[in-house]
Design a protein around this ligand. Structure first.
Ligand SMILES: NC(=O)c1ccc[n+]([C@@H]2O[C@H](COP(=O)([O-])OP(=O)(O)OC[C@H]3O[C@@H](n4cnc5c(N)ncnc54)[C@H](OP(=O)(O)O)[C@@H]3O)[C@@H](O)[C@H]2O)c1
Length: 301
């Protein structure tokens, strides 16, 4: 198969491209080539096309001659016209329209655990609306909903690992009691790659999560155990973080031309459990069950 992969240059996209090639398919990578995500060729077996999922022409060009599309594009922070509504919902609608007009029937969609109609965060609300658009598209779709994804170059485990080098404290906003089920990026990539050929995966929505359910302080303690560091895990009451975060959300796009490293939407997400049932995906795509401590050790090594 020739597969168009949107968001191919991102943290998850790079791993998905490699896994898809390993399964014997060829890949056309698509992204805008922004400063933070370079379009430098990753592998000679991959072609690339510069474009935005908000631009129908770019998508039509990207889909030409393809048999399937893996749609990964998503954002965690907003900047300019890259809003949750535009990127998650409008971008997905444009991908679906381009697939329908280009005769690309197989579509694999990246969503997120926690999406639901009445979700608190706009990230989850717009991911839910995008899922609904995919499910009513008439295409041969599969939806994946991962929990927190970790791996080389992620923005979470690596961020805290870096912070623990110089900071005596690691912050946790709020009570820190909600649960995460971190999953390795290799497992996520394998699920996307294997779903391409799987008839059983058509019209299915899968959770992607690891075997361990941990709250944020436990995630950080695991990280500290693996790196053999001793740091204080400091709980910051939500109210103390909320207003400074609102200020950061304004300053970062204006001054540094990038989204703030933390948003109020993320604070809302951190306050709810992000757990699911990995059984169906583990069974259908033979995903290994990697304990978080083991996975983190491999990443940080
Ligand atoms: N990381 C996690 O823990 C996690 C968990 C659950 C779900 N997810 C979902 O997984 C997906 C990938 O996440 P990630 O962590 O890999 O994000 P990422 O590293 O920020 O990568 C985002 C990718 O999308 C591209 N992109 C952004 N806007 C675009 C646009 N308008 N048109 C075309 N390409 C665009 C970026 O390249 P350019 O900027 O160059 O365009 C980049 O290739 C997202 O949908 C995210 O919601 C992630």
């Amino acid at each position: 198969m020739r597969v168009l992969i949107t968001g191919a240059t991102g943290f998850v996209g790079r791993a998905v491209c490699e896994a898809v090639v390993r399964e014997g398919h060829s890949v056309r990578r698509m992204a805008r080539g922004s400063r933070s995500h370079s379009l430098e060729p990753q592998n000679s077996a991959m072609e690339w096309v510069r474009g935005s999922v908000l631009c129908p022409n770019d998508l039509r060009q990207g889909m030409q001659g393809c048999d399937a599309v893996i749609h990964l594009v998503g954002i965690i922070g907003e900047i300019g016209d890259q809003t949750f509504e535009r990127v998650h919902l409008e971008g997905t609608r444009r991908v679906l329209e381009a697939a329908l007009t280009s005769g690309v029937r197989r579509m694999i969609h990246m969503s997120a655990l926690g999406t639901r109609p009445e979700a608190a965060s706009r990230y989850h609300q717009t991911k839910w609306a995008a899922e609904e658009a995919v499910r009513s598209s008439g295409l041969d779709w599969t939806v994946f909903r991962p929990s927190l994804i970790y791996g080389p170059g992620d923005g979470f485990v690596n961020l805290f690992a870096r912070m623990s080098r110089w900071s005596p404290v690691l912050p946790v906003i709020g009570r820190g009691t909600s649960l995460l089920q971190p999953v390795s990026v290799d497992c996520v990539a394998r699920a996307f790659a294997r779903a391409l050929d799987s008839k059983a995966a058509v019209h299915q929505t899968y959770d992607l999560c690891g075997p361990d359910r941990l709250n944020l302080p436990q995630v950080l303690q695991t990280l500290l155990r693996v790196t053999r560091r001793h740091r204080i895990i400091l709980r910051i009451p939500r109210v103390l973080a909320w207003y400074p975060t609102a200020v950061l959300e304004q300053i970062f796009p204006l001054v540094l031309l990038c989204p703030a490293p933390l948003s109020r939407d993320q604070i809302l997400m951190l306050e709810e459990d992000n757990i699911g049932n990995p059984e169906a995906a583990d069974r259908d795509f033979q995903i290994p069950s990697i304990p978080f401590a083991k996975g983190v050790e491999d990443v940080l090594r």
